[in-house]
Design a protein around this ligand. Structure first.
Ligand code: FES
Length: 95
């Protein structure tokens, strides 16, 4: 199992309205408090949380596939992963 890390949680970004503060983004994908660290990375030997400062209230597009080159933020790398299906409805524009 550990060879498959980081675990892909989803193939779209996680949009969240964030308050200012310091957060710890989960880089291993094992957290039960996704996308934030809950300490589950201690089961691995190579992952640690990524500290993130949010300076003002804003919508954040968190990476949910852990393959973004701009972690912790989505850069649409999930579109290159097997199984990706774009969202096409007007209610949920493609992410
Ligand atoms: S639980 Fe994933 S980095 Fe901490």
């Amino acid at each position: 199992m550990m060879e498959d890390l980081p675990k892909i949680r989803g193939l779209h970004s996680l949009r969240m309205l964030m308050e200012p503060g310091e957060y710890y983004y989960c880089r291993c994908g094992l957290s039960q408090n996704n996308p934030f660290c809950d300490g589950s990375h201690t089961k691995t030997e190579r992952f640690t949380p990524l500290p993130v400062k949010i300076r003002m209230k804003q919508e954040v597009k968190w990476c949910d596939c852990r393959h973004s080159k701009t972690l912790p933020f989505c850069d649409h790398s999930h579109r290159e992963l097997p199984g990706y299906v774009p969202k096409t409805t007007h209610e949920q524009p493609e992410e």
